[in-house]
Structure formats: C-alpha cells, structure tokens
Design a binder for this molecule. Sequence first.
Ligand SMILES: NC(=O)c1ccc[n+]([C@@H]2O[C@H](COP(=O)([O-])OP(=O)(O)OC[C@H]3O[C@@H](n4cnc5c(N)ncnc54)[C@H](O)[C@@H]3O)[C@@H](O)[C@H]2O)c1
Length: 325
Amino acid sequence: MDLNIGIVGTGWFSKVHGDILAGMDGVRVAAVSGTSLAKAESLAERYPGARGFATLKDMLDGTKLDAVYLCVPPMAHGEIEAELIERGVPFLVEKPLAAELSTPLEILNRLEQKPLIHSVGYHFRYKASIQKLKEALEGRVIGMALGAWMGDMPQVSWWRRQEGSGGQFIEQTTHIVDLLRYTAGEVEEVYASYANRVVHNRFENVSVPDVGTVTLKLKSGAIANISNTCVLPGGVGEVGLSLYTDKGILGWNPDRLEITGAEEKNTYTMNDNPYMKESEAFIHALRTGDSSGILSSYADAVRTQRVTCAALESAASGKPVQIEN
Ligand SMILES: NC(=O)c1ccc[n+]([C@@H]2O[C@H](COP(=O)([O-])OP(=O)(O)OC[C@H]3O[C@@H](n4cnc5c(N)ncnc54)[C@H](O)[C@@H]3O)[C@@H](O)[C@H]2O)c1
C-alpha cells in the first residue's frame, strides 16, 4: 500500500522534499498545508491527487497521513510538532529545530512521553563523504577543527530577523556545528564574537549579525573554530569543515573530501544526493519500524541547538558559555 505523506510549508524546501517523495516507489504526497489555503492548493497541484488545506488541523482531520514533513521557518516551530506528537503522526522536521532553545526542549519532553518515528533534516550526515571521513578518523587524534559557512544573505523575509531565524549561526551554520559534533564529538564550552558590518546598511529590517566567529572546546580536549558571514555577494562563498589530526588533514566540503598526510593526498568526489538518502531512511523506518538508518534524532539535534544558542548567548554577554551535555 502507498504511504501518504503530508507537507507543512509551501516554500522552496517543501518542493525539494515533495519532489523527492513523489519520485519514490509506493510513496504519495497526499496533502499540503501552510499559511494560506491558496498557497497550499497551489503546491498541492504539483503532486497528482494531493489536496491543499488551510491549516495543519484541517489537513490531519481531512486525510489519513502516514507521516508529515515540516519545512517551515525556525520561528514557526512548536505547535506543529506538539499536534503531530499528540496525534501520533511520525514526522521529518527540517533544521534548525527553532530560532531559540526553549521550544525544542519542550518538544523533546513531549517526544520522550510519547515516542514516535521522526527524523531531523541534518542532511550532510547522509553524504558518502561524511561517512568516509568518519571511517578515516579511526585511529587518529583530532587536535583541532576549523569550520566555515561564508556566503550571502538568503532573501526570504524571515531570515534577516533575529526572532525569525535565530541568525546565521543558528539557521545555517548549524549544519557545520552538527557535523563537528557528528565527527569530533560533543562540545563543552563556546565563546563567540558577532558584529554587524554590511547587511543592515544594504537591506531594510535586518536584526541579525552578518559576521561571527565561535571558539569551541570539545569534551575530547580538542578545540575548534567555526566562523560565518552573510556579507558576500551572491554566488561567492565557501562552506566546509577541516579536521587537523596527528596523521594529517581531513578537509571536507559539500563537493569533496580531501585527505592529506605526510605521504598521501587523496581527493574523493561523491555526487550522491543526501536528501534522497535522508528520505529513504525515514520511509524505510515508516514501512518497517526500523529507525536505525535515521542519522539525526530530535534529541541529538537538540544538542546541536544547545551549542548554536549558547554561541548567541556568549556573543551577547562577551563571556564563555558552558554547554549542558
Ligand atoms: N537541510 C537543508 O539543506 C535546507 C535547505 C533549505 C531550507 N531548509 C530549512 O527548511 C525550512 C524552510 O525553508 P524554505 O527555504 O522552504 O523557506 P520558505 O520561506 O521558502 O518557506 C517557508 C514556508 O513555511 C510557511 N510557514 C511559515 N510559517 C508557518 C506556520 N506557522 N505554519 C505553517 N507554515 C508556515 C510559509 O508560508 C512558507 O510556505 C527552514 O528552516 C530552512 O532552514 C533546510
């Protein structure tokens, strides 16, 4: 029998997930809801047989769904997850979990009371290059790590508002923080410095910083720096994470992994689609109850959120912030 999936949100990323789901055997995009019926119906037209609904409640009352994908801005989280957990509907939620920490902590508490199959959209974990990097770490000691998310400012209106997105480190650079945790282990302390240099002069209503640098101390004893900016012109940028180890450098970016040692330099380019693998793992879990292929759980993603929110707190206070682990 086909699995019926609902989507909350009618923006860019709903289409990305919806198109992948619609292309999978035995999976149907059956329903869409968002902030208006018109927008929901417009996206639903893209998927044969799908219906648009004005609200999440209408969608859940009006269709029998096997799972829901949540592709909404950071500030819109909380009630949606609470409703899904209450009704026992599995979900895949896009990162970040929210623009702050209190909503994810409350949702985590609800999930612990009433567990269900779920997944969080930290898709880089599914890249073959990241799995290769994890294998290559075997037997190495990490000294330190350097990560970056350097780019331009996304043009959706919520992104530039602090309460809308949480700012670049919480909204975007969270991917690199998550990869640092996934490859090098938990973070114990952060110290951050943020500033507003360019973007607030270029656009209206900008309340997020546009440059930031964050020093992280890891439980293992290793240290790291992850920096970000959104001042660059469109199309110019770099995103990645490099681990400096006793046997050489493991340099990762979304296009390749480069392993450099005293006598070797190997470059691995892998053009796999991590969004596809992420959905395959989630759909497999829905079909079989086996969640072992899901690489990011809500509880794990809360740990990433703790780090990114602690960085914001540190930038505001000028003091290092300890992370609860
Ligand atoms: N994993 C990734 O690589 C990746 C890539 C892009 C976006 N994302 C994430 O996906 C999320 C959505 O991004 P996007 O680019 O699609 O944004 P978008 O602005 O294009 O779309 C957001 C949608 O959410 C809807 N929405 C807003 N508030 C809502 C509410 N309270 N209830 C229901 N719907 C609501 C809006 O109407 C809009 O349709 C963001 O959190 C973003 O970080 C992840």
